[in-house]
Design a protein around this ligand. Structure first.
Ligand code: ADP
Ligand code: MG
Length: 686
């Protein structure tokens, strides 16, 4: 066992109680301590003469106390202790509140190091609650940076510094370099032991910066390298299904879509075709903003597999979307020999069993469902392609689950409208190939967005009525009351009843929310789709994917309760044809953050810009929930702040992947995997 794997209690001063407190911080071994980086630092500047002290600055001084300390007792046990020190150039008065014992700790014969914030008070310089230590020239007369850690109650900074100081003393012999030498040299990176020492006890500011850079670089590099290594393994295995199809049949299908594919769609289809025809299992993310036409791309890919006798899966995040996809596919494959079926959690057991049976004997060609079908004991006759729609939260873990469904590795296509800033995509989808649909179908107009206060509600209702008169339909999304669907459903129902009796009594209203039974939801959605409902009052169940082309108005109540990503998705439900779409955000936005979000929505329709802003407002951790991706939390790197280093690591990873010396490269990759898998816990990539 390496010394670093030993328990913290081998350090003097760490007894059972402190061991327990450390365990609360998830710190058990010396190694855990070493990788628990300071939250901040305290800088002790070089010593200056007392005469040249500037009020308001943190200063380091050296001097002797003079005369007797003065203790002033106030009522209720409060006390103030004053003692003046001098260094020959000038003097400062040290002041301690409620620490009368300090008078006994120091004397007038000793040179002291005095540290604290200088304040001028009636012409005299004071330092309140200074740090006073016996002066040691070699230690005190240089700039020193002290670590400050985030600790639980009961542990002091000194306790923890005692730990880190002890460990720093032994790291040189116990730390292995984990970055390849060529990379360290090229990017001028410090050694790991040096970085760890200086992240805790920086020699000076420059050393601290160097240490940070080295550790951030290491973290980002190793994570990306592990993901890229996985990708390469997949590619190397060449165990993908070679799919071949009849080009004429495909051309015929594309011709009958009812529109021409956009240039971007054509390009992406080409990229997918290349994957399907190769012996490498596809693992591709298709990113396209809301309304860019991803569904048809899924249909084309599924059809390609089908033409070669392979089954396909299309997974959606919600039941409503799954049903819509079912209808779309049924329409596209009408009159053709492609049998499409639905499989969702809410279906009756008998129905489900029937679908499963037909899937396992190959009678069903394409199954559409929610990802609940992943958990079920679904078996396929000849699975060739799995498409997941609107699943940016579709992590490494889930991808591994699906792959196991096929006897051979099926091809995987992930579609998402959640634009992930490029920097994040590098990390999250390092093991995926990415295609971007960067073009909307022709004639689309940007949705006009307005932010209005709730006091204007009656005018909004008038606007809804006018749109209905013009032959359009509207969505009205009720406030997100709570995480609970129950309460959201209640508020939507209430809104529905109020509007039906009052302001919108002349219109045909529909209600949909998550608490309704699946077939009730289906009835409402198909009624809305068929134009038999003018205004659909809804919760966020319609947030993603829903495509009712004739709906041109989206009204969102209490819009400030929604995050930017959700607002962008909701707005994406309209403006899906050549006609002008509108989005009205009702919000009495009080906080700056809320106002900023509304402003962004009004100003731009660009999903990338919105997500970048979302990332800034929420921070990377929240933004995507790194954990849900099955990826480890970053310890020191910050995807927002460290973009420059991230770009360097990306380049560095590419350099390693291109190495010809396979043995050397493999050794580097193995090291990255072991690190990566350890921090990923039970998630093991295959
Ligand atoms: P999303 O990318 O948001 O999933 P959809 O696939 O639902 O978008 O497509 C939105 C709408 O645009 C659908 O009605 C679809 O039929 C239509 N569409 C897709 N591609 C084109 C195209 N190339 N030209 C015209 N309309 C298109
Ligand atoms: Mg879609």
């Amino acid at each position: 066992m390496s010394l670093l794997e030993k328990s913290v209690n081998i350090i003097k001063g760490i007894g059972p109680k402190k061991t327990e407190l450390l365990a609360k911080m998830n710190i058990k071994t010396l190694e855990d301590v070493l990788y628990f980086y300071p939250r901040d630092y305290k800088t002790h500047p070089k010593i200056c003469g007392m005469k040249s002290v500037i009020s308001g600055e943190i200063v380091s001084l050296c001097g002797k106390f003079e005369g007797k300390p003065k203790l002033i007792r106030k009522h209720r046990g409060l006390s103030i202790l004053e003692w003046t020190a001098t260094d020959g150039t000038g003097e400062v008065t040290c002041i301690w509140f409620n620490q009368p014992y300090k008078a006994r700790q120091y004397n007038t014969n000793t040179q002291y190091y005095i540290y604290g914030k200088a304040v001028r008070f009636y012409g005299k310089v004071q330092i309140q609650n200074p740090i006073v230590e016996e002066y040691r020239p070699s230690f005190h007369n240089v700039e020193r940076i002290e670590p400050i850690y985030s600790l639980v109650e009961g542990l002091t900074q000194n306790d923890f510094r005692n730990l880190t100081q002890n460990i720093i003393g032994i790291i040189e012999e116990n730390i292995d370099e984990d970055l390849p030498e060529i990379i360290m040299r090229k990017y001028d990176l410090a050694g790991k032991a040096y970085a760890l020492r200086n992240i805790h006890y920086p020699q000076d500011q420059a050393a601290l910066e160097e240490a940070k850079r080295r550790l951030i670089f290491g973290e980002l590099f190793l994570m990306q390298l592990a993901l890229h290594g996985q990708r390469e393994k997949r590619i190397k295995k060449k165990n993908g299904l070679l799919i071949r199809w009849d080009n004429d049949a495909m051309a015929d299908f594309v011709r009958k879509l009812g529109f021409h594919l956009t240039g971007a769609q054509t390009r992406v289809v080409g990229e997918i075709f290349r994957d399907l025809k190769s012996n490498v299992p596809m693992n591709r993310l298709v990113y396209g903003d809301v309304g860019s036409g991803k569904t048809v791309i899924a249909a084309i890919a599924l059809y390609a597999a089908n033409l070669d006798g392979y089954q396909g899966v299309l997974m959606a995040p919600t039941e409503i979307l799954a049903r819509q996809h079912l209808e779309t596919l049924e329409r596209l494959f009408m009159g053709m020999e492609v049998r499409v079926a639905l499989l969702t959690g809410s279906m009756a057991k008998r129905e489900k069993d029937r679908v499963k049976e037909l899937l396992s004997n190959g009678e069903i060609n394409i199954v559409v469902g929610t990802h609940a079908i992943l958990q079920d004991d679904v078996e396929f006759h000849r699975l060739g392609l799995v498409v997941t729609d609107e699943q940016h939260r579709f992590g490494v873990r889930q991808r591994a689950t699906i792959v196991q469904k096929g006897k051979k590795n099926p091809h995987i296509l992930v579609m998402s409208a959640t634009p992930i800033p490029r920097t994040m995509a590098l990390i999250l989808y390092g093991d995926l190939d990415i295609s971007v649909i960067d073009e909307l179908p022709p004639g689309r107009k940007p949705v006009k967005t307005y932010h209005v206060p709730s006091s204007m509600r009656s005018r909004i209702y008038a606007f809804i009525c006018r749109q209905v008169e013009l032959g359009y339909q509207s969505y009205l999304v009720c406030p997100l009351v709570d995480e609970s669907q129950e309460i959201d459903a209640e508020s939507a129902t209430e809104m529905f009843n109020t509007l039906r009796k009052g302001p919108l009594s002349n219109l045909r209203l529909g209600l949909i929310h998550g608490r309704m039974k699946a077939d009730e939801k289906e009835e409402v959605m198909s009624s809305f789709q068929g134009g038999n409902i003018d205004v659909l009052i809804s919760t966020t169940v319609i947030e993603v994917g829903v495509n009712v082309v004739n709906a041109n108005l989206m009204v969102i109540e209490n819009a400030d309760r929604f995050g930017l990503a959700a607002l962008h998705q909701l707005r994406g439900r309209v403006g899906r044809s050549k006609d002008q779409g509108y989005c009205i955000l009702i919000a009495d936005a009080n906080s700056d953050n809320a106002r900023e979000r509304m402003d962004i929505m009004v100003k731009t329709n660009d999903g990338f810009k919105i997500s970048q802003k979302d990332l800034e407002l929420r921070g990377p951790g929240e933004f995507l929930g790194l954990k849900q991706h099955g990826l480890p939390q970053l310890k020191i790197a910050d995807l927002l702040r460290d973009v420059d280093i991230l770009n360097e690591t990306k380049e560095a990873v590419e350099e390693i992947m291109e190495l010809r010396d396979y043995e050397y490269k493999n050794a580097i990759l193995q090291r990255a995997y072991s690190k990566f898998n350890r921090s990923m816990g039970e998630v093991v990539l295959n």
